[in-house]
Ligand binder design. Structure first.
Ligand SMILES: *Cc1c(COP(=O)(O)O)cnc(C)c1O
Length: 386
């Protein structure tokens, strides 16, 4: 018997008792509104493929063409020899689209966040972070070694108090733009005002807003019509609404040059596939001319909200594709999710520690690829007594 292994076994048993064991399901069809698992078809409300682009023919074609032109692997990190014409074209396109001077491509949103924060702040500095920030932002602060000051969700008053009391050399305000488990939007105009007043960076993670919110899907800053201020560092992901994978940081020329020189998750990792960059160029066309998809998404969200208005569980209305239904208890959330699953509807049950204790929920993710009939099926299943 090995004490190290025993400890892990005990940990796994504890997770099981608490209904917190995570398990994967293997899909045998592409990402889309209908998932196929073990040959069985289910309506899926799980993916972050908000515009329905992950399996779009234009992206598939661009990816294949890209692979024929540039190959599959980039072969090295960007600073060695892995920066290929397709990456460069994508960075330029994303800069023009997001309205910032310049863009740096990253291999994932997680990597982008871990790169940005430690490049801007360190020991003796302070990060002011929303309590509901994504795990990658929490880890980024730890990695930076800056003081970690957390403010209650979206509470500008408390943030102001913390900023005013801080003696830190450099300050950085860190927030999700759209909160991944609630679907609500951060008070970005107020955050920018505080960043200006207290001379702080404002780092915005727009994983769920890019492609969905704002004019032409330009994201959360566009949603509020905010200027592309020099103190804003904007991170958008490319594996959600953009339908592929990767992420980008958009900022002033100086910030991007600094990140290129010092963000360790940029420097010490292999560049993503140039073929994916080609797929993303096609994706940006569809995002830019995707008003109809975004309008459809909003109609579906309204249909769901109206349909569940008098239900016993509370749907948190959101202007985004994320529509959480709060159940509360872990076991109950799992029970409702498995009841839906039996009926052919796949909705993830999200439990602590991903969300605060006592707020286990069904996280309904809508996609422009859903139809009104898909939403109606979910509403009917939730309204039936279980
Ligand atoms: C998904 C997500 C990330 C991570 O992005 P990946 O590209 O999947 O690594 C970062 N931040 C938020 C808010 C997210 O929802």
């Amino acid at each position: 018997m090995n004490a190290l292994i025993d400890e892990l076994r005990a940990g796994l048993s504890a997770l099981g008792r608490d209904s917190r064991l995570r398990r994967r399901r293997t899909l045998d069809a592409p990402c889309g509104p209908m998932a196929r698992i073990d040959g069985r078809k289910l309506i899926s409300f799980c993916s972050n493929d908000y515009l329905g682009l992950a399996n779009d023919p234009a992206l598939i074609e661009a990816l294949s063409d890209g692979a024929r032109r540039f190959g599959v692997g980039s072969g090295a990190s960007h600073l060695v020899s892995g920066h290929i014409e397709a990456h460069e074209a994508l960075e330029r396109r994303l800069a023009a689209f997001s309205g910032f001077d310049r863009v740096l491509l990253m291999t994932a949103g997680y990597m982008a966040n871990l790169g940005i924060v430690p490049a801007l702040v360190g020991r003796g500095d302070a990060v002011f972070a929303d309590r509901l920030n994504h795990a990658s932002l929490i880890d980024a602060v730890l990695l930076s070694r800056a003081d970690n000051l957390r403010y209650p969700h979206a509470d500008l008053g408390e943030l102001e108090r913390l900023l005013a009391a801080s003696r830190a050399k450099r300050k950085l305000i860190l927030t999700d733009a759209v909160f991944s488990m609630d679907g609500d939007i951060a008070p970005l105009p107020g955050l920018l005002e505080l960043a200006e007043r207290f001379d702080a960076w404002l780092v915005v993670d727009d994983a769920h807003g890019f492609g969905v919110l704002g004019e032409k899907g330009r994201g959360s800053l566009a949603h509020f019509d905010l200027p592309r201020d020099e103190r804003i560092v904007y991170m958008g992901t490319l594996g959600k609404a953009a339908g592929a994978s990767g992420a980008f940081v958009a900022a002033s020329d100086t910030v991007i040059e600094w990140l290129l020189q010092s963000a360790r998750t940029y420097i010490f990792t292999t560049g993503s596939s140039p073929a994916i960059a080609c797929a993303l160029l096609a994706s940006l066309d569809l995002i830019e001319f995707g008003d109809e998809r975004r309008a459809h998404l909003r109609r579906l969200a309204k249909q769901l909200g109206d349909g569940l208005a008098k239900m016993r569980w509370k749907l948190i209305p959101s202007p985004t594709a994320i529509q959480p239904i709060i159940i509360g208890d872990n076991h109950e959330a799992l029970r409702v999710a498995s009841m839906l699953y039996e009926k052919g509807l796949w909705v993830p049950a999200i439990r602590p520690p991903t969300v605060p204790r006592g707020s286990a929920r069904l996280r309904v993710s809508l996609s422009a690829a859903h139809t009104e009939a898909h939403i109606a099926a979910l509403i009917d299943a939730l309204r039936e007594p279980a």
